[in-house]
Design a protein around this ligand. Sequence first.
Ligand SMILES: [Cu+2]
Length: 145
Amino acid sequence: MNETNRISRARFSRILLCSLAFSWLAACGGEGTAASPEQETIGLRGAMEFKLVPEAPLVQGENDLRLTLHDAATGKVVEGATIEVTAIMPAMGHEATSPPSIEDAGEGAYAVRGLALSMPGRWDVHVKVEHQGTTDEVHFFYDVP
Ligand SMILES: [Cu+2]
């Protein structure tokens, strides 16, 4: 095989891998496929409504976001919850380099600061919430340019 063939084969494998990863994401994204900056959905356990809004357009590096929580049944804000936010890059199987800090801003709002999205590409941001014995969680997908 000559040099040109080797290069085009390598390129083809990369393209194939990307499209496979993309269709996998599209297929399993379900509730979170639209990578819009502002995302809102009912959690996977149906207990809470999650809204996550970046403070500024997402960048490679550290990002600040605002999480808002409502009780899915009553519509009341969820205050004083314990929150964990992690981010992974599904296509590459690695996590964000450090966890963000989370501060209760009152009235169901939480400031998520320093979410480290270390690479361009698609990130799966996993938000887990515990509040008075009730837990819920959600995945939001974001594309970092
Ligand atoms: Cu990566």
